[in-house]
Design a protein around this ligand. Structure first.
Ligand code: GYE
Length: 323
């Protein structure tokens, strides 16, 4: 654990940050990365995206020789607040977390600040007005993702008169749910598009299936599903097939994430378009942590680079897809 950074340690950390060659066996060189302790509070294990994100973060910290105290909040804010308080008590060097919802963090973030422990947000944002409560936010632009989904819808249905859309929202109050809903509505503005039903499926496959079953019962004429992640889209596919309809044809589907199972469904023609959201945040998070510990400035907002996938692009990308 590093309480005070000595000049030597800062130089070592800086060198590590510059060369990226920190290793778990660098202990013999004095105060290296081995002494850094990071507390990380993860949202849960609700989706393929989340599993890939957890694996990537754990292996990036292991590769860098940084001790990671990992805590799974099972999609509950109270668990995350407890984990953060416990990290403060253990006097970790840096706290990183992916906030399950946007609101309600100010108190615990102030506690971390008062204890002198820097906080890094990964993946999801908080709505705190006081931006001094965290040093950096690393993650996607979820509004842009919603807009990309909407852009595809505009093109795909350019020649259709009336389009009935149902929306499977992410976890209520989560940044990606709020922003993907907003981005989509920013661009899908033609009155011929109607969002006839919208409900949360909590970013899970089971949630997506259950909500889609209810949508299908009360709406005989659905043209498009907009699912805020692949897993809910995959759940919707099951519900659509169980209702005797063909996903991707009778009802088109656009999702966000581009995890392997989603990409496979896209390659199979059951999903029609996927907007990528990268879960591979580990290496960048390590870099931020090393800089913060070394007392260097970090960018307050680091946006992940992402793309989109058509069926042809999914077929091409699948063999090399890491997650
Ligand atoms: O899209 C979804 C996961 O916060 C970006 O959370 C993440 C989202 C991701 O459950 O699959």
């Amino acid at each position: 654990m590093i309480k005070k950074i000595t000049g030597l340690a800062a130089t070592a950390a800086l060198l590590i940050a510059l060369t990226g060659c920190a290793g778990g066996d660098s202990g013999s060189s004095g105060e290296g990365d081995d002494n850094i302790v990071v507390g990380f509070s993860q949202v849960g294990a609700e989706s393929g995206w989340r599993t890939a994100n957890t694996t990537d973060i754990k292996s990036a910290f292991e590769d860098a020789g940084i001790e990671l105290k990992f805590s799974d909040a099972q999609q509950k804010q109270e668990n995350q607040i407890k984990a953060i308080r416990s990290f403060i008590q253990q006097q970790v060097d840096v706290i990183a977390f992916s906030p399950v919802v946007e609101s309600g963090w100010d108190t615990v973030l102030k506690e971390a600040k008062d204890a002198g422990i820097p906080v890094v947000l990964t993946d999801r944002a908080v709505d705190s007005e006081d931006e001094s409560l965290y040093v950096s936010f690393l993650g996607s632009d979820f509004i842009l993702e919603g807009e990309r989904a909407g852009d595809w819808v505009n093109t795909e249905f350019a020649d259709t008169d009336q389009v009935n859309i149902v929306e499977l929202q992410g976890t209520t109050g989560a940044a990606p749910a709020n922003d993907r809903a907003e981005g989509f509505r920013n661009v899908v503005t033609d009155p011929k598009f109607e969002i006839i039903a919208t409900q949360t499926g909590d970013f899970t496959r089971a949630g997506g299936k259950q909500v889609m079953e209810a949508f299908l019962k009360s709406n005989p004429d659905i043209d498009l599903v907009y699912a805020h992640n692949d897993d809910m889209g995959l759940g919707a596919i099951e519900a659509i097939e169980a209702a005797g309809l063909v996903p991707g044809q009778d009802i088109k589907i656009v999702t966000v994430d581009a995890v392997k199972d989603g990409m496979q469904a896209l390659a199979d023609g059951k999903i029609n378009f996927i907007v990528e959201c990268s879960p591979l945040l580990g290496a960048q998070l390590v870099e931020i942590v090393e800089k913060v510990v070394a007392g260097e400035d970090v960018e307050s907002r680091i946006v992940t680079e992402e793309t989109t996938f058509t069926q042809e692009q999914a077929i091409e990308a699948l063999p090399d897809r890491q997650y």
